[in-house]
Design a protein around this ligand. Sequence first.
Ligand code: HEM
Length: 133
Amino acid sequence: MDLFNLLLIVHLGAFALGVTTTIAAPIVMARAGRAPADARGLFMEIGSRLRLNARIAVATLIVTGIAMMYVRYGGFAGQSPWFHVKMTFVVVIVLVLLAGIFLKPGKIPQPVLTWATRIAMVGAVISAVMAFN
Ligand code: HEM
């Protein structure tokens, strides 16, 4: 197995982790508010862990993505418009992630952040397939 294939396996593994956690984390967090008082802490703990995993997944996607660009394409030059579409969705995902870390909770409504990430994830997959397949 060559280095590119190894990177792609990690990239797609991180993608699976990213998609599942970005769907699950907001669901668990939203339920935490309505959970009985003695269960609320546990809900928050699970939600925070899922959110941490989502952040690790996005960081891994970016690192392996950049590495693949250099290993297979020698850099970023000459990519199709679909690649730029994909990068735009990646920027949206990163901005939402940073907003979650640096902005006070509630500054941007949670459903806006949740749906921006979900739509951008779907968009990134579609544009990745269009760009590379
Ligand atoms: C949230 C972020 C990302 C998602 C959801 C994502 C998703 C995907 C998916 C589904 C594929 C498989 C496409 C296919 O083989 O047809 C793929 C491949 C790839 N992605 Fe990403 N990706 C992300 C971030 C990035 C970033 C930041 C870069 C580069 C800067 C990148 C570069 C690549 C490359 C080079 C490939 C493989 C190209 C090839 O098969 O020749 N990705 N990505």
